[in-house]
Ligand binder design. Sequence first.
Ligand SMILES: Nc1nc2c(ncn2[C@@H]2O[C@H](COP(=O)(O)OP(=O)(O)O)[C@@H](O)[C@H]2O)c(=O)[nH]1
Ligand SMILES: [Mg+2]
Length: 341
Amino acid sequence: MDPIVIIVIAVVLLSFSALLYQRLAAKMKAEAVARRPQVAEPGDSTTIRGLRERLSKTRSVLGQQLSDLIGRGTLDDSFWIDLEDSLVAADVGVSVATEAVRNVRSTTPETGEEARDGLVTHLTSLFAGRERGLNLGRKLSVVLVVGVNGSGKTTTIAKIAAQLGDQGKTVVLGAADTFRAAAADQLKTWADRLGIEIAMGEEGADPASVAFSAVRLGQSKGADVVIVDTAGRLQNKANLMNELAKVQRVIAREAGAVDEVLLVIDGTTGQNALTQAKAFNEVAGVTGIVVTKLDGTARGGVAIAVEQQLDTPIKYIGVGEQVADLVAFSPEDFVDALIGA
Ligand SMILES: Nc1nc2c(ncn2[C@@H]2O[C@H](COP(=O)(O)OP(=O)(O)O)[C@@H](O)[C@H]2O)c(=O)[nH]1
Ligand SMILES: [Mg+2]
């Protein structure tokens, strides 16, 4: 056969198989994307898309505003002023907003998209370098949960207990919010639902004695983690300070240490959350923060302000009332959910 014909046949065969291969690869890629949870489960808060949905109220202030600004097409003075205003409206705090705009502007972006990318990078960098996992290295680790009444402590404890349970850890709860009987009952209901043990006291009992019982219960059950709920009566700071100090002393004596003091703050209260957070930080030596109810607020930027001002890592965010609605805090995902393209 003429070598030219052989070459032509070979080329045709080769291109045909390359085409087939491309088709097949595209199909496999499409299937893999479809399997990925962020596409398959739009409401799931653990996925990027789900998180965007949960944070949509804040995104509608920040992300939408930014898109509108970018749509104007020019990066003039009013662009930067309006950008700063929308950051302030989302409660990131005036100093963070001013610094963010100054920083991004100094890189002289040429397009709105470049400005957006710069803002994403800058805001994400504010969260850099902090350890966000719970400190649960010991045989029986103790987590103390503090925060004002209604901030979401009890619900957050249930959510954390459920997650730890999923990781194969045995959790025991302590209902040291003895101020109202209903508070302990609420935790008991969660414990029953999750099938975990709980130490409780009478209404008005000494919270430290309940914390003590919880540690003992944890020891006797060979548990991995004890999580202790507390009352959050910030009205009387001296009392609260004494009460929390005593709880911490008792835990430290019985269990060796308090491994983690989680401060739960209500994200819907915006800048007020900051004032609360500072007060608790002073009395309790907070090691990690949980910002709750970010699904119900347009002021979710407060998470940025809180971590900055307390210099303490946000470890989780609460994005709903269900037990699955607690997300390990990821700065990249959070900033993306607020302003990502
Ligand atoms: N939407 C929403 N509601 C929450 C979240 N966390 C807690 N809550 C609700 O906030 C209310 C107070 O929560 P609770 O755990 O009792 O607060 P505590 O007084 O600090 O123990 C309850 O109705 C919870 O269902 C959250 O992340 N999102
Ligand atoms: Mg409670």
